[in-house]
Design a protein around this ligand. Structure first.
Ligand code: SAM
Length: 289
């Protein structure tokens, strides 16, 4: 095979003539890209809203934009998450910047945010810690919903913290960001609530070969049983919680019994587990007596 034959053409044959938005969306089928994803990619390339895109399906796609769109379709067809391709993900009503340095915030994590907001709303100025902040999703959602709160967010990854800082600035939410290996940089500091969505995937979990392979391993994997980070956080948090304060953690759908045992072993009380929208046990919380 010659070098020329090895290279994928910049545009498929059908693209050699100018095409409309409507035709561009139809052509996505030949890449086996989901129609909704193709629409979002074309919106991204043309910098149009959904309403603007569908208002004029006859609008012509300029050649340079068509080429860009096809490149993005190819990336999506190869399994790259849409959020990394567009650099954006919506979380709790916030438009967040994301990059491959951070976990793509998940809808399940909104449950963690909701539980904390309803429990903390009555406190005039709660001190809150988001441990393992990634894109800053949890910290920024809490800071926006609880204007009297002081929110601190830590992560071991400086690259993730840069993304989180950018998101906090874009949304005008004040968050104290610190680089820290869990509680290492927080000696002597206590909070009214700690939230964590830590890595909780087991090392040999077959899902790691799927689309999540594009996300940072350090945000996903936590030891042989996926519980290493949860063990450290649950054991370490009591030194950083005020009396009567809460720790809430997100965990795998099958990890709730193990997490409850970890809470009990560390002397917490009032242990509860909440289910996500799929009905799976997803967030557990407990109080420091
Ligand atoms: C599952 S991601 C959660 C990100 C974000 N909170 C969210 O819900 O989208 C876990 C985060 O924990 C961070 N992390 C992993 N190990 C850590 C450690 N030892 N100390 C601090 N952060 C850590 C990762 O860098 C990652 O950003």
């Amino acid at each position: 095979m010659t070098k020329l034959q090895c290279q994928a053409p910049a545009l498929p044959d059908e693209w050699q003539a100018p095409h409309s938005v409507g035709r561009a969306l139809e052509l996505a089928r030949r890449f086996a890209v989901d129609a909704a994803d193709a629409r979002l990619l074309l919106q991204h390339v043309l910098a149009l809203t959904h309403a603007q895109l569908i208002a004029r399906p006859e609008r012509l796609v300029p050649a340079a934009d068509a080429e860009h769109y096809v490149q993005l379709l190819r990336r999506r067809a190869a399994g790259e998450p849409l959020a990394y391709i567009t650099g954006r993900r919506e979380f709790y009503g916030l438009d967040l910047v994301v990059s491959p340095d951070v976990l793509i915030p998940r809808p399940e994590t909104e449950l963690l945010v909701e539980i904390a907001i309803s429990a903390l709303a009555a406190l005039p100025s709660p001190q809150i810690l988001d441990a393992g902040t990634g894109s800053g999703a949890i910290a920024i959602a809490l800071g926006r919903a609880l204007p009297g709160a002081s929110v601190t967010a830590i992560d071991r990854s400086t690259a993730a913290l840069a993304v989180a800082r950018e998101n906090a600035a874009r949304h005008g939410v004040a968050v104290e960001f610190l680089q820290s290996d869990w509680f290492a940089a927080l000696a002597g500091r206590r909070f009214d609530a700690i939230l964590a969505n830590p890595p909780y995937v087991a090392l040999a979990d077959p899902h790691l070969a799927g689309e999540i392979r594009f996300e940072p391993q350090s945000a996903l994997v936590s030891g042989v049983d996926g519980l290493d980070a949860l063990r450290q956080i649950i054991a370490g948090a009591p030194q950083h919680l005020n009396a009567g304060a809460m720790l809430w953690v997100e965990h795998g759908f099958d990890q709730a019994p193990a997490v409850s045992n970890l809470f009990r072993a560390a002397g917490y009380s009032a242990i509860t587990t909440s289910r996500d929208l799929a009905g799976l046990p997803r967030v557990s919380g407990a109080k420091l007596a």
